[in-house]
Ligand binder design. Structure first.
Ligand code: NAI
Length: 341
């Protein structure tokens, strides 16, 4: 377990511990805190841990007022109980989704929870398009072929995105950014969201039922949060409604898709293309170099064997601009109490 510290000389500083910190994030937060700590108190005394927060590491939060976590930290009721015993006051998520936090347990424990609701939704939207375009035009395969002097185009054929029907599930900040880009490509956009947004209609997209969206979309892309209603929204019966060869994209949360159904769909060719930036059991894999290990997750390994599957390791958020916005908002949330859930 490694740890790094930014200390302040002020007595009125907040002691903040960061979990699951990677060097690229630590650099951004450190630079920001050096600047912020030059202004009026309260200042932030930061400790960075590389390991995740979970029930067994929560006891190490004794002496810290704020705990900063990311997408795969396990902030369940047991963790929260340990945080309460450690006198932690506030959990700050440095991400938008909060499905990994038992918010009710935190409320009962008197611990506030904040998140970064919007940090450049275009960042994730652009990654979604990167997956769609790469899967379609196979630039990842062309790159390798050309480097090896192989200019044969067999197997690289794609389809023209213009005029295709795309189904967008979830028309919040990221969904809307995706719709804007897709309309720019000349796609027909169908969408589903329990709360319809008039600005989406004005852009030229059409709200339909989920069944209609599944039946009519050549591409289905997920932009809703993971909750009890959306868990495994893509399953055997929803796949059965989709056209053969559908392209399925998930840059939202792994638990939105039933992986057994997905693998069956890939084997039967119901799914023609699969692009994932998230995976249901990603907490055991993502953000860490496992290249010298034997990966034990057979479902994940099976997914990587299909020629029409492209997986990225939860990097939809990963741009310089987004990291800076995440750091700024997280520090504001700690100092000013904003963005509480
Ligand atoms: P948002 O809160 O702005 O929008 C979510 C939308 O989904 C809302 O309009 C809501 O009404 C809708 N929704 C809720 N339940 C639904 C359901 N069952 N079916 C269809 N729509 C439903 O959230 P935002 O910022 O657009 O983010 C969406 C998701 O993207 C987040 O929950 C998070 O899981 C994921 N995300 C992924 C990132 C990555 O790096 N891959 C980075 C940031 C967010």
């Amino acid at each position: 377990m490694s740890q790094n510290k930014i200390e302040t000389d002020s007595e009125s500083s907040r002691k903040v511990v960061f979990f699951s910190t990677r060097p690229y994030e630590k650099n951004v937060f450190t630079a920001l805190l050096c600047e912020r700590n030059k202004s009026l108190p309260p200042r932030i005394e930061a400790t960075f841990f590389e390991h995740p927060l979970n029930p067994s590491t929560a006891a190490s939060c004794k002496g810290f007022s704020d705990v900063v976590v990311f997408v795969n930290d396990n902030v369940n009721a047991e963790t929260i109980d340990a945080l309460k015993h450690a006198d932690v006051e506030h959990i700050a998520l440095r991400c938008a989704g909060f499905n990994n936090v038992d918010v009710n347990a935190a409320t009962r424990a008197g611990i506030s929870v904040s998140r970064v609701p919007a940090y450049s939704p275009e960042t994730v939207a652009e990654h979604t398009l990167a997956l769609i375009l790469t899967l379609n035009r196979k630039t990842h395969k062309a790159y390798n072929r050309v480097r090896e002097g192989n200019f044969n185009l067999a197997g690289l054929i794609g389809f023209t995105l213009h005029n295709k029907t795309v189904g967008v599930i979830g028309t919040g900040r990221i969904g809307k950014a995706v719709i804007r880009i897709l309309l720019g490509f000349g796609c027909r956009v169908l969408c589903f969201d329990p709360i319809e947004d008039v600005s989406v209609k004005k852009m030229g997209a059409h709200y339909v039922s989920l069944d209609e969206l599944f039946a009519m979309s050549a591409i289905v892309t997920l932009h809703c949060p993971l909750n009890e209603h959306s868990h495994h929204i893509i399953n055997e019966s929803s796949l059965a409604q989709m056209p053969d060869g559908v392209m399925l994209i998930n840059t939202s949360r792994g638990g939105l898709v039933d992986n057994d159904a997905i693998i069956k769909g890939l084997k039967s060719r119901k799914i023609g293309y699969l692009g994932l930036d998230v995976y249901e059991r990603e907490s055991e894999l993502f953000f860490v170099d496992h290249s010298q290990e034997i990966i034990q997750d057979d479902v994940f390994q099976r997914l990587t064997t299909f020629p029409n599957v492209l997986i990225t390791g939860h990097q939809g958020f990963f741009t310089e601009e987004a990291l800076e916005e995440i750091a700024n908002t997280t520090i504001d949330n700690i100092l000013s109490g904003s963005n509480r859930l």
